[in-house]
Design a protein around this ligand. Structure first.
Ligand SMILES: [Zn+2]
Length: 126
């Protein structure tokens, strides 16, 4: 379903938006805190630039905000509605989940943001 060429594939696997082959980030592990934000300057495979303009990824903050709100709502519904936890347990769970997932959300937001502006090109490697 989410095969190479689909936006979801490229975004979730943090691949180059143009060829879906090269990695966006230098380290594959989002929890490698020293190298968490280090991105390749350009795609190692097709040479697509990963920073098309200065401060390109500032806009990714809005994407991050959207993901955080979605996660917040999901965790809240699970916690308060399905698990019937109290308000402090719910708040603690929300804080914990956001804290634990923040490195992943950071990368996911950047990946989503560049995929908004750069289209997949199946002939990028040809
Ligand atoms: Zn590429």
């Amino acid at each position: 379903m989410f095969t190479k060429g689909s936006k979801v594939y490229g975004i979730t696997r943090m691949k180059c938006p143009r060829c879906h082959e090269g990695d966006l980030f230098e380290s594959k592990n989002a929890y490698d805190f020293k190298n968490m934000a280090k991105m390749h300057e350009e795609c190692p495979v097709c040479k697509q630039s990963f920073s098309p303009e200065p401060n390109f990824y500032y806009g990714a903050m809005y994407v991050s905000y959207a993901y955080s709100v979605a996660l917040f709502v999901a965790v809240y519904v699970i916690s308060a509605v399905f698990l019937d936890l109290g308000i402090w347990a719910t708040i603690s769970l929300l804080a914990g989940v956001l804290l634990v997932l923040s490195p992943y959300l950071f990368r996911l937001s950047r990946s989503t943001y560049i995929h908004i502006f750069v289209k997949y090109d199946k002939n990028a490697l040809g």
